[in-house]
Design a protein. Structure first.
Length: 257
């Protein structure tokens, strides 16, 4: 790789680094420049809709910008949501409250500001959760449905640019979380786990992604990781992409009493 191209790549990647931010949970900036979650063995939305009825009270914790929640089409008067990330809190106030959705800011999964036995369904996609608090909030026989990012998510990508970085959430394994729910008074209706590829078609998209997912890539920067990013570029030049592995698991749990 000649010096001129190396300098051009550095400028491109630093430009991606400079603009890396997110609005809600919107990855449209790198749409078609990467792919993931296209072939999970379950359909989270379909699973929710298998149980969801219009008269049920539904809570979405860590709703992001409310994008997924609104896609369900659940009656607004029976819908509640929380979010803790300040920019997304403001977005939810602007989009969810005018619809009549009971939105409340909350960043503590152990202290959610709703009364005991308030909900028939509690959903959570890629957010934090506490089985004991979920048990408190759900009515008898109420359902907790979650799709989660596992502790081994993107680990091969992390190793490519930040070798020997500790796993941030080693407890996020299906077998560990199943037991937490069972201990909290739930029966597990469904529990699945999968590992699937994630592919980046240009390094700039990866740079943007690594800055957004900062808890997985702590201390990442183009300057710090430049030589390793060049090795990524060599893989893309040869194969058309650089590939890592996502880790996902699904739990559907019913409150026993």
């Amino acid at each position: 790789m000649n010096t001129e191209r190396i300098n051009e790549l550095r400028k491109e990647w630093e430009a991606e680094e400079k603009i890396a931010h997110i609005h809600g949970w919107d990855f449209s900036h790198i749409h078609e420049r990467y792919e993931e979650e296209d072939d999970l063995p379950w359909d989270y939305k379909k699973i929710i809709n298998e149980y969801r009825l219009p008269d049920m009270k539904l809570l979405d914790f860590d709703t992001g910008g409310g994008e997924f929640l609104l896609s369900l089409g659940h009656p607004y008067e029976n819908t509640a949501a929380t979010e803790g990330f300040p920019p997304n809190v403001e977005l939810c106030k602007e989009t969810l409250l005018p619809l009549g959705i009971d939105f409340k800011p909350c960043a503590d999964e152990k202290n959610i500001p709703y009364a005991d036995d308030s909900f028939d369904i509690f959903i959570n996609r890629h957010g934090s959760f506490d089985p004991v608090e979920a048990h408190r909030l759900l009515k008898s026989k109420g359902l907790f449905i979650t799709q989660q990012v596992g502790g081994k998510n993107d680990r091969d990508l992390v190793e490519m640019v930040l070798p020997n970085t500790p796993e941030p959430f080693p407890e996020l394994e299906l077998f560990i979380q199943r037991k937490r729910f069972e201990d909290a008074g739930f029966e597990i209706i469904r529990g699945e786990e999968t590992f699937k590829p994630i592919r980046f078609f240009d390094v700039g998209a990866f740079v943007w992604f690594a800055h957004i997912i900062e808890w997985e890539f702590p201390g990442f920067s183009v300057d710090k990781c430049f030589d390793k990013l060049l090795k990524m570029q060599e893989q893309i030049d040869k194969k058309g992409f650089v590939q890592g592995t996502i880790h996902r698991y699904l739990i559907v749990a019913r409150k026993k009493d």
